[in-house]
Design a protein around this ligand. Structure first.
Ligand code: PEP
Length: 253
């Protein structure tokens, strides 16, 4: 039995002080037993981690970063290392989000180095993979794109425990657009990813968490999360509002 992971991606939203106030309310309103059925993770801007992590200590809410440097330290102005994220209170980090790939030109090779940097620093990476609209329209190409992102992204990465890796299938055309993959499409791609993981990590593949991301919201969460290989969600827009995040947590439980 896999505990679902409901992971917020706040992107470039909210101030640190607003994040703290938001988390205070979340912790007050979270049903007391919710965490027995669902793990809740907030991937917030790096500036928010330390104050929010202080508040989250000893609660069922985990914190994560949205990106990290492939380097440990050095002359890399503007970068944030895995060690810095961990020290500030992160236990997870998103790697290879499509916005990083598209807006910052991140290649599968760089994503691979970032995944290794995350593991070196005991952070659980959430590797994002997903095809563009044109690739989806080209049928088979969507599968090839996702498998390539997976194979190159994970090359040489040692995973001996299922809790050390999360994969998020995020079709690019569904992110922030209001369009969602059907539950059948999400399950079908998740099953393909699972099958590839069985080749890469046979001992643990069946319990690695696979998330769906792309306009998940209260109205479609239960349906998406009902599928066997959809073990949670990576949620952008709908994670900014407390009520909608709580509704998704409830749908997952
Ligand atoms: C995301 O940013 O990973 C995402 C899925 O965003 P949204 O839920 O807004 O589509």
């Amino acid at each position: 039995m896999i505990t679902p992971l409901i992971a917020a991606n706040w992107k470039l939203h909210k101030l640190p002080s607003e994040g703290v106030a938001w988390l205070e309310t979340l912790l007050r309103e979270l049903p007391s037993k919710a965490h027995e059925h669902v793990q809740i993770l907030l991937n917030v801007p790096a500036t928010h981690l330390a104050p929010m992590a202080r508040l989250a200590r000893g609660t069922p809410v985990a914190l994560g970063g949205q990106d990290l440097s492939a380097h440990n330290e050095g002359a890399y102005t503007g970068e944030v290392s895995g060690a810095m994220l961990g020290d500030a209170g992160a236990s997870f980090v998103i790697v290879g989000h499509s916005e990083r790939r598209t807006l910052h030109g991140e290649s599968d090779e760089l994503v691979n180095r970032k995944l290794k940097a995350a593991r070196r620093n005991d952070l659980v990476p959430i590797l994002c993979v997903g095809e563009s609209e044109a690739e989806r329209d080209a049928g088979e190409e969507a599968l090839a794109v996702v498998l390539e992102q997976l194979r190159t992204g994970l090359r040489g990465l040692c995973v001996s425990e299922s809790s050390a890796l999360v994969i998020a299938y995020e079709p690019v055309w569904a992110i922030g657009t209001g369009r969602t993959a059907t539950a059948d499409d999400a399950q079908s791609m998740a099953a393909t990813i699972r099958s590839e993981l069985r080749t890469l990590y046979p001992a643990v593949a069946d319990s690695i968490r696979l998330l769906y991301g792309g306009s998940m919201k209260p109205a479609n969460a239960a349906e998406l999360l009902s599928r066997a290989d959809v073990n949670g969600g990576l949620i952008g827009g709908a994670s900014l509002e407390l009520d909608s995040l709580l509704a998704i947590v409830e749908a997952a439980g």
